[in-house]
Design a protein around this ligand. Sequence first.
Ligand code: ZN
Length: 441
Amino acid sequence: MIFTKDSTFLNLVRGEREHENYGVTHTIKHVFVDEKEKNLLLGCYKFDCRVCGNTKLRRVLSLGYQPLANNLLKTKDEKCELYPLEVNYCDNCFNCQLSVAVDPKKMFNNYLYTSSTSKTFRNHFINAANKYIKELKLKAKKSYIIDVGSNDGIALKPFKDLGFKNILGIEPAKNLSKLANKNKIKTYNGFLTKKNIKKIKKNADLILASNVFAHSDNLKEMAQCMLNLLSKKGTIIIEVQYLLRTLKDLTFDNIYHEHYNYWSLTSLNNFFKQFDAKIYKAEEVNTHGGSIRVFIKKGKNIKVEGSVKKILIDEEKYGIKKFKTYQDFGKKVYDIRKNVIKKINDIKKRGDKIIGYGSPAKATTALNFFGISDELEFVIEDNKLKQGKFIPGVKIPIQDKSKIQDNNNTMLVLAWNFFKEIKSKNSHLSKKIINIKDLEK
Ligand SMILES: [Zn+2]
């Protein structure tokens, strides 16, 4: 057996504990985890499955210690907290969740991501509103619509434009709720909690929760609150990042601390079984690199449409209930890192300047996981709230387009879900625009 200089020897001999010098001369204390880190981990570690309470969870993937993805730095030297970014899997109900649950106030009180920045996204919600009005027979004068995690009001604006008066956003970020109210979209500033719903008008005909149903440790409370606010015949529509797509497309960069949970229809269905409610319809949508949209009504005797059964079968066929599926995913993600680092180095060897485009949360995850930092000159961002700041961890400056002096650069699109939109608008700024996803293979 070979021992290296930093090998650690542990004295596990039982009898030694009886020795009067135990812990003094016979067993030397060795610190694996320092006090600060121990407290941080104990303060937020999630031991039990959020859906079923199982405590025997299995590790799928570790992306290392990472900063909170959307907490951009104001200065390059600003300190930021790092937390483990790891996904665990539950054998019992097939739920995936992060190993830690970070205090939401650290992430959502001041939120720089404004949904309406993207035209693709605005159109998505215009189409969604028209579809719901038609399918659920909503009436401009009568129907009451709530949007949970309403951001700057993007999902409610199309309803407002169509004459709906009775709309309400619920948004924890002060800056965003202020912005929405300024734009005449009535918005309650706060989290959706049992305490806060006392201040909110009940009997909603439609409750929307888009890209928010993974954004809380306490999703049971969130679901219960939505059901309490819903009228007897009302509908809840949840749109959330879809685990099956993440597994299939290897979009590991959709993993960050704001996303506490990773849903398949299988696990969502298991989750809603504990309430007096049912998922009666499901469909895939394109947002955020692949999401699933589920329709829920109160009661157990709701007729379930064929779409639910079809997706459940597809998920099972893919292996959503087999741990091996998740292990394979983990292995492929580590291969991606190797490939990207090699290709970035190849570009640098050619002497090309690389400029990033977009600073979404997924870019923080990917760049920190890859360990790519000085390789990028800076990152361009259209969202004015983000300009002048730095991507946490890797500390890459975020700039306005005017910072680009000539087109002699390779532009690496980090906001890959808007690749087409970005490429068509910016071809004059770069001789070569590439999608970061294309470096992964
Ligand atoms: Zn579980």
